[in-house]
Design a protein. Structure first.
Length: 385
């Protein structure tokens, strides 16, 4: 069975990687270009932003291959109700993403369409958050009524969709963090025996990673809203579906850990804007990655720190699914200490490098300045009688 995961992953990777240059050409031909216009932008030249098409292409081609294998009586992907619901929602999300990357839709219109996409997926697939971990009751979980379950599910899907979109502020950040989240959910699915979720998450991971070489700093193309909302939407839906099928005893704890980084950034952004009496949908330069840049980290260092944080949370989710809460907590504390130490060491290395560069410049420039000054004195001496 494991070779099926490898084939699906590699196929998605190859298609996404190969299609990205085509997506770049399409972007320039239809005018889907990101032009730096404000201080939030971390680039200084126009860049194509329809890279999400490549991610979506990798997903669709690999998924189609798996479904075709099933109909040829070869082990593959069974197109059940949950998969059809996911596909219906993603088509809506990708469609509006393409329009937005070309025409720039308003935030309210995008939010409305995201809600419609979430409702479509929920109604077709039956995917809902039906319970939550509660250690204070004998069963360990609290069941939700339909009046709570449906709104909560829509909020989760729309929230995670926008959370990934919000962290898409540095080259390679959203694609890398999403890939780590997909792989974390993949290993959790393997542990819990959920083969359906495992095959979908490994395909999505391959698609995102296939795009990443073109998107890592310095980026040759952006994923745009097409890619960011697609990644967020699929992460939100697949995390719920896996929770319903397998790790019900852990309830929402696993997806919360896996998606902890983008969710934290989104919630802190919302609270910050409320406290500052600014519209929640108004963009600013106060995200976690912006804070790290302002602290002195380079572009690549900031992305690597965010990758490490995301991987730590993802690994904790895997340990949680396999070993339980205590082991996961110990892991988080241990790794956090190393992450903080490593991040501090990164800054110290940069400080030393800057100091060495300044010293080298002084050693080169000072003799030139001194010789020029000496030459000027000589001219003045010659001019005197």
């Amino acid at each position: 069975m494991f070779y099926e995961y490898i084939i699906s992953f590699v196929l998605a990777f190859i298609v996404a990687f190969s299609f990205t240059p085509i997506a770049k050409k399409i972007s320039f031909s239809v005018g889907a270009i990101d032009v730096p216009k404000d201080s939030r932008r971390m680039h200084n030249r126009p860049i194509a932003r329809l890279g999400g098409l490549a991610i979506f292409a990798g997903f669709i081609v690999s998924l189609t291959f798996g479904i075709t294998c099933t109909y040829l009586n070869i082990s593959g992907i069974v197109p059940d109700r949950q998969l059809l619901g996911l596909l219906a929602g993603t088509v809506i999300i990708v469609g509006v993403g393409i329009v937005d990357d070309i025409k720039q839709l308003g935030p309210k219109i995008k939010l409305l369409i995201q809600i419609i996409a979430a409702l479509t997926t929920v109604l077709i697939s039956g995917t809902r958050i039906v319970n939550i971990t509660n250690p204070f009751v004998e069963s360990g979980t609290t069941q939700f009524s339909d009046f709570v379950s449906y709104p909560l599910t829509i909020i989760w899907i729309v929230g995670v969709t926008n959370a990934i979109n919000l962290i898409d502020g540095l080259d390679g950040l959203a694609a890398g963090v999403s890939s780590i989240s997909y792989l974390s959910l993949f290993f959790v699915s393997l542990i819990t025996g959920d083969a359906d979720s495992a095959i979908i998450t490994v395909i999505l991971a391959g698609s995102a990673l296939g795009f990443l070489p073109y998107n890592f700093n310095p980026a040759k193309i952006f994923m745009g809203d097409t890619g960011a909302t697609f990644l967020g939407f699929t992460l939100s839906v697949v995390s719920i579906q896996g929770m319903l099928k397998s790790y019900t005893a852990l309830s929402i704890a696993v997806p919360l850990l896996v998606l902890g980084l983008p969710l934290f950034d989104t919630l802190s952004t919302i609270f910050r804007r409320i406290l500052n009496r600014k519209p929640i949908m108004q963009a600013d330069r106060g995200h976690l990655h912006h804070k790290l840049i302002d602290m002195g980290y380079s572009h690549k260092q900031t992305v690597l720190v965010m990758y490490t944080l995301s991987a730590t949370l993802g690994l904790s989710a895997i340990v949680l699914a396999d070993k339980g809460f205590i082991s996961a907590i110990i892991l988080v504390i241990t790794v956090a200490a190393f992450v903080i130490g490593g991040a501090k060491y990164m800054l110290e290395i940069d400080d030393v490098k800057i100091a060495e560069d300044d010293k080298l410049k002084e050693e080169i420039v000072n003799p030139i300045i001194n010789s020029q000054a000496h030459g000027e004195l000589k001219v003045n001496d010659r001019g005197n009688p």
